[in-house]
Design a protein around this ligand. Structure first.
Ligand SMILES: N[C@@H](CCSC[C@H]1O[C@@H](n2cnc3c(=O)[nH]cnc32)[C@H](O)[C@@H]1O)C(=O)O
Ligand SMILES: [Zn+2]
Length: 425
């Protein structure tokens, strides 16, 4: 990979301050921040009027569910899954998942996301889309513990892990993805734990998303979903838990002791009326909380800029307290916490020695004036469309809003055709 100089941009630093600095990138890595070397020999991007931020990290999505965007809305989670989504998903092919994932990646890049965590199936095809487009991802084969497909999903997970963990020059990592306690009984989860021990793989799972899920779990097992996960040995394995909306103070203590990382999805939680996650309490307990969009059919977009704003606003109105989740905290959730959630080292910050996963934002728009505070502008005023240029591992994946690795026209045609076939009765 060549050398790249981002010149004259405003740079959002890990301490939240913004300074005009040049960013020197060599061999995928941020070598230095400051002034460009006089004898610079590589490519230069003029970043005048642009804000450089660490690329957003979407900690929970089902990328190919872009194919079901606008297909089934305004429903209860269980109705939505059972009546609409699962029947349509039963018709998916690997090619569909490839194109749906490509659509998701295009949308994520165009709104400044440089890495995402995915849980779905036909994961070889998701990995192909990730490898081809240059984005970074943590991928998990979603597993529901019902016979006989549950056993098949375990086998697929193992071979997927073996084949793809560390693939695409380290841009792909793999987790195990038991879907949720309500689709995976304890005996099945114990098999997942055993596999996780054998492979050294971490786990990505939906936990305590709705009040109904927690009630059912208490009735059936006498424990909350979090406590049940502890009992089956899952929490000890290194867990990325999506949602955690209905967690108790005891749950939070247990999660802190086990260093569970949380993917908070405010847009999805609001749209499915799941509830409001106690983000402030989880952060206070020392938990690492990242931000996610969830799938595009429960959000309905994959725009982390919007999620950033929702995360801050939702907590404030819930507590009647405008002091909770200040702008800097929301940004940290979407960047450095996200990197920890996914286990990607040296990502999530613009700092010497970190990987060059960088989003450049065009501040030359009315809503970016006046510039009292760029962090505040980013969280409360910015839009996904302000993203101008995106780098992953120092490679330019979008420049002046033109994607360099995806043919958008072909993509639109393919996904439209495929989505229509999937929902035909
Ligand atoms: N049914 C799959 C495994 C699950 S993959 C991940 C699943 O999560 C589902 N999903 C998407 N969003 C949500 C959510 O918010 N809560 C629970 N499940 C979801 C999605 O429809 C998909 O079926 C199999 O064994 O082949
Ligand atoms: Zn989900």
């Amino acid at each position: 990979m060549g050398n790249l100089l981002l010149k004259n941009g405003e740079v959002l630093l890990p301490n939240g301050s913004v300074q005009q600095l040049d960013i020197v990138i060599e061999n995928n890595v941020i070598m230095a921040l400051g002034h460009a070397p006089l004898n610079w020999q590589g490519e230069v991007i003029d970043c005048t009027g642009k804000l450089a931020i660490p690329g957003f990290i979407n900690t929970h999505t089902h990328a190919a569910m872009t194919l079901f965007r606008s297909y089934a809305d305004d429903m209860l989670l269980m109705d939505w899954l059972k009546k609409k989504i699962w029947p349509a998903e039963a018709k998916l092919t690997g090619e569909d998942v490839y194109w749906g994932s490509l659509l998701a990646i295009a949308e994520m890049l165009k709104s400044g996301t440089t890495a995402f965590a995915d849980m779905y199936f036909f994961m070889d095809d998701v990995a192909r889309a990730v490898a081809e487009t240059g984005i970074r991802a943590s991928l998990a084969r979603g597993m529901a513990g019902v016979a006989p497909t549950g056993e098949q999903a375990l086998l697929e997970s193992e071979s997927f892990y073996t084949q793809f963990n560390g693939a695409a020059d380290g841009r792909i990592s793999v987790m195990l993805g038991p879907h949720a306690p309500y689709t995976c009984p304890p005996a099945y989860l114990r098999k997942v734990v055993a596999m996780s021990e054998k492979l050294g793989a971490e786990v990505h799972i939906h936990l305590s998303e709705t009040a109904g899920e927690v009630e059912d779990c208490l009735k059936e097992h006498g424990k909350t979903p979090i406590a049940l996960m502890e009992e089956v040995g899952l929490l000890q394995r290194g867990v990325l838990a999506a949602h955690c909306v209905h967690v108790t103070p005891d749950d939070i203590q247990l999660m802190a002791a086990r260093k569970v990382r949380v993917a908070h999805n405010p847009g999805s939680n609001m749209k499915l009326a799941s509830g409001i996650a106690p983000v402030e309490d989880m952060l206070k307990a020392g938990l690492c909380v990242g931000l996610g969009t969830d799938g595009a059919s429960s959000n309905n977009n994959l725009d982390m800029m919007e999620e950033l704003r929702l995360a801050a606003l939702l907590q404030k109105v819930n507590r009647y307290d405008p002091l909770v989740i200040p702008a800097g905290t929301a940004i940290a959730m979407a960047t450095e916490n996200g990197a920890r959630c996914l286990g990607f080292e040296k990502t999530g910050k613009i700092e010497a020695g970190y990987r060059a996963d960088i989003t450049l934002i065009n501040m030359n728009e009315p809503h970016w004036y006046p510039r009292h505070d760029c962090s505040s502008l980013l969280v409360y005023a910015a839009q996904g469309r302000d993203v101008d240029t995106v780098l992953v591992d120092g490679r330019i994946l979008m420049k002046n809003r033109q994607l360099t690795t995806i043919d958008e026209e072909r993509l639109a045609h393919e996904v439209q055709k495929r989505a229509m076939r999937l929902v035909k009765q």
